[in-house]
Design a protein. Structure first.
Length: 290
């Protein structure tokens, strides 16, 4: 990793105008690696708890009501999915923002959706389990994952009522695999249950492990000082379960938003070729001076 960073830095000092001349296009997703925002993806999503841990399983989704709202997650797994609306400076709505960015739309003929799961809440037997008190439970992220999909079908409806149409969520997990990885650390804060709304914010470090865009995101450039660890990406999110006053179950969170931040490198292949070219020039120079 260090050698790659040194090579990229050295090559960039000499050839940055060439590298930054064009945008990157991977599977129809277009972005500028030299964007002022570096790399930031904003999204809207929904999430839920399910008893199984084998991918989306709508038959095992756990309902939340006023009687179990602060304990339903214990022993269960958190899953979710959504749509990415902004990628660097660009969004997926033509003509916005004004003036438009370069590129104006990051996915002009496609949609970028994602899924995550496998995050288990484990009750602390000594202190019980209380959603509003993180000291009473731990989070097991050993089997956690995230997958980002690029889909030409544009068939996912982020505004659907997932309680009445839960199968809509499967459409957030189809297409071609753009990026995948796992959560290495997950922390929850600001948990509250008041006025019929179960609220939480979350933060995480993420490692990239695969997908067609992996070589652009596998940078290990994000440092978490509190954990003294390096990650490829950082994740922050806020979500709400609106619990019905009549005691009936709600299954899916609404009003959920998330943000992924990190860094993308310019064309890795181009940098490798340029690095090889610089080595060749050095060899020629040595021969001429010999």
């Amino acid at each position: 990793m260090l050698n790659r960073k040194i090579m990229a830095l050295g090559a960039g000092l000499l050839v940055s105008p060439i590298v930054s001349a064009g945008n990157i296009n991977v599977g129809g997703v277009v972005w500028n690696p030299n964007s002022p925002l570096d790399m930031r993806m904003d999204s809207s999503f929904t999430q839920w708890f399910q008893r199984s841990n084998s991918g989306f399983d709508m038959g095992n989704v756990v309902g939340i009501n006023a009687g179990n709202a602060t304990s339903v997650m214990f022993g269960n797994y958190l899953y979710g999915g959504g749509k990415i609306n902004n990628f660097n400076d660009a969004n997926d709505i033509d003509g916005q923002p004004e003036p438009e960015t370069d590129p104006p739309s990051f996915c002009p003929s496609c949609e970028l959706t994602y899924e995550f799961g496998g995050i288990q809440f484990v009750e602390n037997t000594a202190g019980g389990g209380d959603f509003t008190d993180p000291s009473t439970y731990t989070i097991n992220w050993d089997n956690s994952y995230f997958r980002i999909w690029v889909d030409e079908g544009k068939d996912f409806n982020a505004n659907a009522d997932f309680n009445s149409d839960p199968d809509q969520m499967y459409k957030a997990a189809n297409g071609d695999l753009f990026l995948e990885g796992k959560f290495e650390q997950v922390t929850f804060s600001n948990q509250d249950f008041a006025g019929g709304t179960l609220i939480s914010t979350a933060g995480a470090g993420m490692f990239v492990t695969g997908g067609m865009a992996m070589e652009y995101f596998d940078t290990n450039d994000f440092y978490d000082a509190a954990l003294d660890m390096w990650f490829d990406l950082s994740y922050s999110a806020s979500s709400q379960f609106r619990v019905p006053a009549d005691g009936s179950d709600v299954f899916f969170a609404r009003a959920s938003t998330g943000e992924v931040q990190g860094n993308t490198v310019p064309e890795p292949g181009a940098l490798a070729l340029l690095g090889a070219g610089l080595i060749g020039l050095a060899v020629v120079r040595r021969r001429r001076t010999a």
